[in-house]
Design a protein around this ligand. Structure first.
Ligand code: ATP
Ligand code: MG
Length: 554
């Protein structure tokens, strides 16, 4: 575990624990795996699977392997492999020396297929994909046996070898498991386990022109690695009998057990890799790490911490039933984690000028403000205070409702860490927009002084116009909005990114990309990892301060 994650415990208790405890003897060790297909970047759903697999291994003193599922001969995908490794490490997990590639087992898989043929459990079939599909039957009707089903073992061995040697064209033949065309489970109706594809594989080059199918390959990969519990998502539940068939008909020492759980679904979020990939490739977002994406690299650039993601994953739990988790739950864990470790600054996102008419024009006072509302160890900083300040436009109302405790004509408010001011009037432009708010301050009410105890209901933040630094602030809304007219029920939200010119207190010269702050009353922010420079400081809002989610008490 990385230093950042030390001393934190994340417990993933579920029905899976019962299975594990049932299966493990005193001498056996739990082995799990995380098996991503390197065809995109990881997303929050994958984080759930990672936390579960690596988390259980930690909990039981076992091991979790990282295995890239590259059985599909695809284009070069080093970028995806590297990003996946990086994301898993960021979450705080370690596969140590157990990094595997499914393609590393191609020789073994071939040998096992030969073994199945010799046992009379597999045959070469000449039917086309379309014919296989038509003969498969339905949920209520059995399938029809292939006319090639009863080829002799010798003929099958010969044909399969010739398939491997490249004597046939793509689709001309397949190797099928000989199970039961009348099985109520369609997956057991003589599934194809090898197909011909004359394609160059990124790892094995042109060595192979036959490639194993997922349902055949996955249990073998698990068994070879000594995986004891192969945890996957619900769509594989109906494939479990085939998984067991493969494991039981090949001579393995350890027979892994497949256990399914429900995928993580997030409210108003499209998780699938294919959707994300399309957004990236058509430049609708700023790369795979666009802070609006729920890819782990997007979430990281947005400013979420790995601890927040792990707490969130633990909080959503593991179940068989599908459910949709609210985004506010994710945000809740982000705040929980950020609150104790994030220093505070004042930044004004929608500035309007506040002029303190009885404050000397040429005076600058340095006021001492705490860097954290609860933790003194963060220390203090000196913030310049002058006659002209910026405050948030929304902190003033000319005609306020009853319970408005901010600034209004003749009303008082405390400027954070400074004085109580009273509004005396406003200046407007020819269109009636407020350009300046005028006020007077009470010199007796400086924060920390004796008279400071005088109570006013509201406190607002501010920055000194003469000292404040302009910054760019990116504010986010959900990336998609419901849209009944579209294929997947959503369309891109045109307001998902709002770029704002804001002002921050003067002292940010030591800020580096990825530094996080709480901007008082405005939320948690992070210096953008891609675009932050000293000349153009860019901050992303991680999350606002208000929470609508409350965790259930255990
Ligand atoms: P996608 O549908 O986004 O393409 P995938 O399942 O095809 O995802 P893989 O790389 O095959 O992606 O998945 C690696 C592991 O992550 C698998 O074990 C898969 O079950 C798990 N996984 C994928 N999506 C989720 C999710 N939303 N919740 C939990 N686990 C998931
Ligand atoms: Mg997949």
């Amino acid at each position: 575990m990385s230093a950042e994650n030390e001393n934190k415990e994340f417990i993933y208790e579920s029905f899976i624990n019962n299975f594990i405890e049932e299966d493990l003897s005193d001498t056996s060790e739990l082995v799990t795996r995380f098996p991503p297909e390197p065809n995109g970047y990881l997303h929050l759903g994958h984080a759930k699977s990672i936390c579960l697999n690596f988390g259980l291994a930690e909990q039981y003193g076992g091991k979790c392997n990282l295995r890239f599922d590259d059985t599909n001969p695809a284009k070069e995908d080093t970028e995806f492999v590297n990003s996946i490794k990086n994301d898993i490490k960021w979450l705080g997990f370690d596969w140590e020396d157990r990094l595997y590639f499914a393609s590393g087992y191609f020789d073994k898989m071939y040998e096992y297929a030969v073994e199945l043929i010799k046992k009379g459990l597999a045959y070469v079939c000449d039917m086309s994909a379309e014919q296989v599909r038509l003969a498969r039957g339905t949920l209520t009707e059995p399938g029809k046996e292939s006319p090639y089903r009863n080829r002799s073992i010798e003929e099958n061995l010969d044909l399969f070898e010739r398939m491997k040697n490249g004597e046939f064209a793509d689709g001309e033949k397949t190797l099928r498991a000989k199970i039961d065309m009348a099985s109520p489970n369609i997956n057991m109706r003589d599934p194809v386990i090898y197909r011909i594809a004359h394609m160059t594989h990124h790892a094995t080059g042109d060595k192979w022109c036959i490639y194993p199918m997922y349902d055949y390959a996955h249990p073998i990969e698990d068994a070879i690695e000594g995986v004891t519990h192969s945890i996957c998502t619900m769509e594989f539940e109906d494939h479990r009998p085939l998984y067991d068939w493969v494991v039981n008909n090949i001579d393995f020492k350890v027979k892994p057990r497949q256990i399914e759980f429900a995928k993580l679904n997030l409210e108003d979020t499209i998780m699938g890799k294919r959707y994300l990939r399309n957004l990236v490739e058509t430049n609708q977002v700023d790369g795979w790490d666009d802070p609006r994406l729920i890819t782990l690299s997007g979430i990281r650039r947005r400013g979420y911490t790995p601890e927040a993601i792990r707490s969130f994953c633990a909080s959503v739990g593991v179940a068989k039933a599908n459910s949709v988790v609210s985004l506010s739950q994710l945000e809740y864990y982000a705040r929980e984690d950020l609150q104790p470790k994030t220093p505070v600054r004042m930044a004004v996102l929608d500035p309007v000028k506040l002029v303190i008419t009885n404050y000397p024009e040429d005076k600058t006072e340095y006021l001492t403000l705490e860097n954290h509302p609860k933790d003194e160890s963060f220390g203090t900083r000196e913030v310049p205070f002058t006659r002209e300040l910026y405050i948030e436009r929304e902190d003033f109302l000319e005609d306020p409702p009853k319970k408005f405790f901010r600034l209004a004509p003749d009303k008082e408010v405390r400027l954070k860490g400074a004085y109580i001011v009273k509004c005396t009037g406003v200046v407007k432009d020819s269109d009636g927009n407020i350009t300046e708010i005028h006020c007077t301050y009470d010199p007796e009410t400086r924060s920390g002084s004796e008279a400071a105890g005088r109570k006013v209901k509201g406190t607002i933040h501010w920055v000194s116009c003469a000292h404040a630094k302009p910054i760019q602030v990116n504010l986010y809304e959900n990336l998609v909005i419901p849209d009944e007219g579209s294929d997947n029920g959503y369309s891109l939200n045109p307001d998902s990114l709002k770029v704002v010119k804001a002002y921050i207190e003067d002292n940010i010269s030591d800020v580096k990309p990825m530094d996080r702050f709480q901007f008082m009353r405005n939320g948690y922010f992070i210096a953008d990892s891609k675009h932050f420079t000293d000349e153009k400081p860019v901050f992303n809002r991680i999350v606002s301060l208000k929470s609508s989610f409350k965790p259930q008490k255990q």
